[in-house]
Design a protein around this ligand. Structure first.
Ligand code: SF4
Length: 300
């Protein structure tokens, strides 16, 4: 039996749901029940009837699904697929920052570990960071771990943003030179970039969107060509959803190695063994869930 057929049959037998992040390889996106960004997928995970969730993404995403759905089995097919940015701040470092700024609220980007979320007042995503900060009564906000998303949020608020110096190496490596070159090559195209990009790259873009926002914009825009400033996996979804439009990566080497660790063999093995399973210690999960739920309550 072809591997895809075997995956689909086993998925049915296990009553499992396969979730895949927008940056996964095309083959994995194509066998998934839902493809989206980390927030979309967590929301889906929380509302599922399935007992088993196969989460094709990196560690913090599977953890977030496990926090929101503690009774379900969350399996991450690629063991050790992790987000370097999420691990750029340790709980002790956040504790120290909180002690330095006792009046400040703590906002953690969902791209953070469960321990960091558990120490935060509220989470945010790249889609709702501005609204989350605006929803807080505090005038000072500790924002971890992404310095670029913090800088983007700081543009849209009068509050004092206290950033951590973390970054996503994939987005932080996108440059203004690449934007100039891409515009020269595709002068009709709109430039969409992710808020994890550096401020000077954001300054040159036509639009700044999370991956979910890029998906919506590509569908509704009258433009037919787009330069996409995020991880290249996103191009597959955009092309599939908009077959008559053209999408060009801002940098074809913008590849997150950890996102590419999941393949069909690993998905099949995860369905067979229900391993490696992702769990979060109960107390950490309980506190982290409060921060995530606080975010989900913010209207965007
Ligand atoms: S693309 Fe960046 S933020 Fe996303 S998982 Fe990879 S390193 Fe982390």
């Amino acid at each position: 039996m072809a591997m895809i057929d075997e995956i689909l049959a086993l998925k049915k037998e296990r009553q499992a749901t396969i979730l895949a992040h927008n940056y996964q390889i095309p083959e994995v996106q194509d066998i998934a029940d839902h493809v989206g960004d980390s927030l979309e997928l967590s929301r889906v995970a929380a509302g599922l009837d399935s007992e088993v969730i196969i989460f094709c993404g990196v560690d913090f995403m599977a953890e977030t699904a496990a926090i929101l759905s503690p009774k379900k089995k969350v399996v991450q097919p690629a063991k050790g697929a992790w987000c370097p940015m999420a691990h750029m701040i340790k709980p002790e470092q956040l504790q120290d920052l909180k002690a330095l700024h006792p009046e400040a609220a703590v906002v953690s980007y969902v791209n953070s570990t469960a321990e960091i979320k558990a120490l935060s007042d509220i989470c945010c995503t790249s889609a709702n960071g501005v609204q989350v900060v605006a929803s807080l009564p505090e005038k000072e906000v500790i924002f971890v771990p992404d310095r670029n998303l913090a800088a983007y949020v700081a543009r849209h608020t009068d509050k004092k943003i206290i950033p951590w110096n973390g970054y996503c190496y994939v987005h932080d490596h996108l440059t203004t030179e690449q934007v100039k070159d891409a515009r020269k090559e595709h002068p009709q195209a709109e430039v969409l970039v992710h808020p994890e990009c550096r401020p000077e790259v954001i300054d040159m873009a036509d639009f700044v969107y999370s991956t979910a926002g890029m998906g919506r914009h590509a569908k509704s825009s009258e433009a037919t060509q787009f330069i996409i400033g995020t991880e290249t996996g996103m191009i597959h979804r955009l092309k599939k959803e908009n077959p008559n439009k053209q999408f060009y990566p801002l940098n074809k080497n913008a590849i997150c190695q950890n996102m590419k660790k999941t393949d069909l063999e690993k998905v099949l093995s995860a369905l067979k063994t229900l391993q490696p399973q992702v769990t979060v210690p109960e107390e950490i999960g309980r506190k982290a869930k409060i921060a995530i739920d606080n975010m989900l309550a913010v209207k965007v």
